[in-house]
Design a binder for this molecule. Structure first.
Ligand code: CA2
Length: 142
């Protein structure tokens, strides 16, 4: 059975609680339920959210040894700033798909640059939470 890690970065624990006009009304818990409903028991999904860059990096570093086959990552604002997160993904030895709920190219210019995207197989931006489903679907076929 394939194992996929769903990683969410800073402030994504606030999903559904603020800025619904940008990120919608669903919470991270709702996302987890929806993904499990679509993919379990065919795939093993692990969910990890942290507001701390180092915690995300530590988790990424262990994924290959823990037998994971794919990473879905929404790095939040770290996407635009973190060379360290990019380096972690480059060294992960597990394919990653970067997901953004909003279309980062329709937003402020500082969001148009992703430092982490070049370390990923693909990027999905602007599909809302459907982007996570598409990313898992892709990784399960890869
Ligand atoms: O569109 C995305 O998924 C983002 O990765 C979300 C990040 C943002 O910094 C990126 O530019 C694009 C922000 C995550 C904060 O999420 C919140 C959700 C609900 C309420 C408040 C923050």
């Amino acid at each position: 059975m394939k194992k996929i890690a769903i990683l969410n970065g800073p402030n994504l624990d606030r999903l559904g609680k603020r800025e619904p006009e940008i990120y919608g009304n669903a919470t991270l818990g709702d996302l987890e339920k929806a993904l499990r409903a679509e993919f379990a028991p065919a795939a093993k999904l692990e969910f990890f959210q942290s507001n701390h860059e180092g915690e995300l990096i530590d988790r990424i570093a262990k994924l290959a040894d823990d037998g994971f086959d794919g990473i879905v990552i929404n790095g939040g604002a770290l996407t635009h700033t973190s060379v360290a997160l990019r380096d972690a993904l480059l060294g992960a030895r597990v394919p990653a798909v970067e997901v953004h709920i909003s279309n980062i190219y329709k937003r402020e210019e500082f969001r148009h640059t992703s430092l982490t995207a070049p370390a990923c197989t693909a990027v999905i931006t602007g599909l809302g939470l459907e982007g996570y489903h598409a990313a898992v679907r892709f990784l399960l076929k890869a």
